[in-house]
Design a protein around this ligand. Structure first.
Ligand SMILES: [Fe+2]
Length: 200
């Protein structure tokens, strides 16, 4: 959805994101991903406007209507609940994956473009593995204010490599249909976040 945030709001959110950029942690997994990330904890401290947007009842209601199921924000211990992904180095990218839910319910991802001075795109392979529909590739330039919304375990997606001298910043909002999580799933989720995204 283009222009999900109007130009003024998109600019305000980008300014909030830039004020949190010093908290970026860069992580690389050879052959899979390389990018910077800013956790929900850092956002709460350095960009409270983004944390407020994440928990906005108006936004949650709009996304729940799109999903056709009541959505909830993730608990405050979840470093991934609201995060910024910052692509600044040539070759920064993320390989194909699903946003799997560690919770007992389904997980939905809302990505909002905040800055896109890049040729990098979100690449989605929709209907992958579906029996009666052909797989289709969608490529989305996440320009400021653009919303991409999908159920995490249905949409196989990646971020194509950044070019030289380019910058791309995306806000990621995670919502779930249940905030219940098993103790083992929580440990795995925390470890994965620490090792591959935000550091300890
Ligand atoms: Fe993802």
């Amino acid at each position: 959805m283009d222009d999900f945030l109007d130009a003024r709001l998109a600019r305000q959110m980008r300014e909030a994101a830039v004020s949190a950029v010093a908290a970026t942690r860069r992580k690389a997994i050879p052959g899979y991903k390389r990018a910077g990330a800013i956790s929900a904890y850092a956002i709460a401290r350095h960009a409270p406007q983004l944390a407020a947007l994440y928990r906005s009842p108006v936004l949650i209601d709009a996304l729940s209507r799109l999903a056709d199921v009541p959505l909830l924000p993730c608990p405050r211990w979840d470093a991934h609940a609201v995060a910024l992904y910052v692509y600044t180095q040539p070759g920064d990218r993320v390989g194909f994956h699903y946003d799997r839910s560690w919770y007992r319910g389904a997980r939905y991802t809302a990505l909002i473009g905040l800055q896109n001075d890049s040729t990098s795109e979100l690449v989605c392979r929709v209907h992958r593995g579906a029996r009666h529909r052909a797989e289709k590739e969608l490529r989305v330039a996440t320009d400021p204010g653009t919303l991409v919304f999908f159920q995490g375990d249905k949409c196989y997606h990646a971020v194509s490599p950044l070019g030289a001298g380019e910058t791309r910043i995306v806000l990621s909002l995670q919502y779930v249909t249940s905030t219940e999580i098993g103790p083992v799933a929580r440990v795995v989720s925390d470890l994965k976040d620490a090792l591959t995204y935000f550091g300890v």
